[in-house]
Write a protein that binds this ligand. Sequence first.
Ligand SMILES: Cc1ncc(COP(=O)(O)O)c(C=O)c1O
Length: 428
Amino acid sequence: MGAVYEALRAYAKADPLRLHMPGHGGHSSALGALSPVLPLDVTEVPPTGDLLTGEGPFAAAYDRADRLYGGTTVFSAGGATLALQAALFLATRRGTRRTVLVDRRCHKSVLAAMVLLDLEPVWLYPEGDVLPLRTLEAAAEAHPEAAAAVVVSPTYYGRLSELHTPLPNGVRLVVDNAHGSHLLLLGRHPFLAGADYVVDSLHKTLPALTGAALLHCRDTREEALEALRLFGSTSPSFLIAASIDLCLDYLEGEGKADLLRQTETLRALRVRLAAHRVASLSGVEYDPARLTLFLPGGAEALRAALEAHGIFAEFSDVDHLVLIPPLTFGEQAAARLEEAVTAALPLPSGEAEAALPPELPQALSPRAAYFSPRERLPLPLAAGRICAAPLYCYPPGIPLCVPGERLTDAFCSWASTRFDTVWVTRSS
Ligand SMILES: Cc1ncc(COP(=O)(O)O)c(C=O)c1O
């Protein structure tokens, strides 16, 4: 069992008189159904150690994680969001290079890191649903001033990117593997492929509490923890940390057998759905543990129909319905889903939409634009102005326009089908 989990259990069992944070003191009827976990909800007391310094049981927990991934791995209780900010700090802290090559499908947390760290993006646009390796390599070749490149793999839809290191000009590769923690079990984890920084959002696809994430790097543990301390809360949840520890047990134990069973169940389900003309994204270039149904014009109707059957999806856009089946997803759940999908047929259909909005020129750095005096304008009046705050739908949290980009007519008419207004800088 994980060292952090064991330490929390031992502390709870000793029935200590808790005169420290958190204020529920380990027992409180005020927290209703949450009461059973309160004895385990502890922060930094000597027996339970310190997530942010790696002391106490965290030393053993981090040693084990280092062995599992082959580098330095630390725990984030602030999700992949915190881990990505820490990764970008580490990847850009040395030297004077402030440029980063960024997959245009990056999550808003990467944008927040760029604002906080004053990084200048060079946007990398995908072709279809993939960011080709040659695009990444050509950008690193063309931008010797870049400190790092950020790639999202897998995407929300489960599309994997080909990765290769080292990149030209010493550009460091940061992979947002938020959706791919389980790829370790298939030998397809980006850190094994040589990436310099990888972030896993364990809670997205593995058994772990919401907020559980990992930062993998090739810096020292002290450097990695310093980066977490720069952005994160001084009171990280040890419940989340213990769930990370238990999740690593699972990855070393029954996780692989579960994943193989789950992916086989999904493979067979995809075939059955295809017989009903319900297409899904699959093949070696897709995450086999993700079920993304591709239904141009019909995905949102299917989502609503599934909800009427008590089945809740992760996310849908006009063309895709993204389902994240847990690794315990088996035949019974597959049959329930299949029945609900087929009951919803036929679905409305239409033309597939472009994945990303029209490209925009970057006129100011994200930080300069974000900190500028701003005003809110109706989208039809915003063409020609500089964006001051991102527009995004959540999920997936991909910024559609980024602070510093000059908005165009084409963008504003595209965006006005989704939003009414946008923040722009006053001086633009
Ligand atoms: C690609 C990607 N990266 C990062 C994140 C942030 O993850 P977290 O919610 O663990 O902070 C998300 C969240 O949806 C995401 O989709």
